[in-house]
Design a protein around this ligand. Structure first.
Ligand code: UDP
Ligand code: MG
Length: 316
């Protein structure tokens, strides 16, 4: 199969028939073999019924329905897992991304051998309240990730070589950082294509300004993961051990001093009168706590793959 189009959607019933018809036309004109994977992220409108009726008319359509809303990243993740095409294309359901971009994206992956091609919505139909945070977000992501050639990390329209989507795991709010995840997974040829940004035809945006705050927090967290790998124990654990040992050395020092005092018949001073005693105590306690933090973080990161166990209600 040439292309899998993965579409995460949440309450997009009105857009779906038009979107699917448009993708079908592009695929048939270009003679691509394809599938459209519609991932219903727990919609509470009639999206799933629409998907079922569209699927009856076109066998290339597949549907996955979450029992509740898990977020765009989760929807992409299950779409990626079940995609069969050599090239995987992600696209928003709201008709803001144009399926007409598909042939050029496909050509870049198959002929120019890109691992990932990200859409760049150069001309946006957004208010300033959205474009300004978007710019800040993109420049921070560029600097922290070292991917200097991308302008628009958050664009829903992207194309991937099959291997890329099978290697990476998208969870939380990570859908904005897929190029970063791909780079960390070792895929180096990451490119960009200027794409059209169409106004939203039906419904309203599912994301508010809080997405940017969450986005920055995620950026910090993935930066951390990127720096220390998936082994937080190595970071927290070694800091903890260092602090613990420092405290221990101080304690030995205090005891040695005491012994020398006794040997020299100096008047006995209470240890609790020495500031060093308290510093040693704090270092030992903090060291132990840090070590435990590292241990817990390690357990959590090992369980990270379980984030994958979404509650899928139906598939067609
Ligand atoms: N979406 C989703 N789960 C969510 C929120 C959004 O699958 O919890 C889908 C949504 O239906 C759309 C895409 O993600 O297909 C992008 O969302 P939206 O158009 O609201 O974002 P914007 O274009 O405003 O950035
Ligand atoms: Mg949109």
């Amino acid at each position: 199969m040439d292309i899998s189009v993965v579409v995460p959607l949440y309450n997009e019933a009105e857009s779906l028939p038009e979107l699917v018809e448009w993708i079908r036309k592009v695929m048939e004109t270009n003679k691509f073999s394809y599938e459209i994977i519609l991932v219903d992220d727990g919609s509470n409108d009639s999206s799933w019924e629409v998907i079922e009726s569209l699927q009856k008319l076109n066998a290339a359509i597949r549907g996955i329905k979450f029992r509740r809303n898990y977020g765009k990243s989760a929807a992409l993740n299950v779409g990626f897992a079940s995609a069969q095409g050599n090239v995987v294309i992600t696209m928003d359901a709201d008709l803001q991304d144009s399926p007409d971009e598909i042939p050029e994206l496909y050509r870049k992956i198959t002929e120019e051998k890109y691992d990932l091609v990200s859409g760049w919505k150069k001309k946006r139909h957004d208010p300033l309240s959205k474009t300004i945070p978007t710019r800040l977000f993109n420049s921070a992501t560029r600097k922290m990730s070292g991917i200097h050639n991308l302008h628009d990390f958050n664009c829903g329209l992207k194309a991937y070589k099959r291997d890329v989507v099978k290697c990476i795991e998208v969870y939380g709010e990570m859908h904005r950082y897929i190029p970063v995840l791909a780079k960390w997974a070792g895929f180096r040829k990451i490119g960009e294509q200027v794409v059209e940004h169409r106004p939203r035809k039906y419904g309203t945006t599912k994301f508010g300004l809080s997405r940017f705050i969450n986005g920055f927090l995620d950026l910090l967290s993935i930066f951390f993961v990127g720096k220390f790998g998936k082994r937080p124990m190595h970071f927290f654990g070694s800091m903890g051990v260092l602090s613990f040992l420092t405290g221990l050395v101080m304690t030995v020092w205090i005891i040695a001093e005491k012994l020398i005092d006794i040997a020299n018949n100096v008047k006995f001073r209470n240890v609790t009168e020495q500031p060093l005693f308290f510093i040693a105590l704090v270092a030992i306690i903090v060291g132990f706590q840090l070590f435990l933090t590292g241990f817990v973080a390690e357990l959590v990161s090992r369980n990270a793959s379980e984030r994958n166990s979404y509650n899928i209600e139906k598939t067609i």
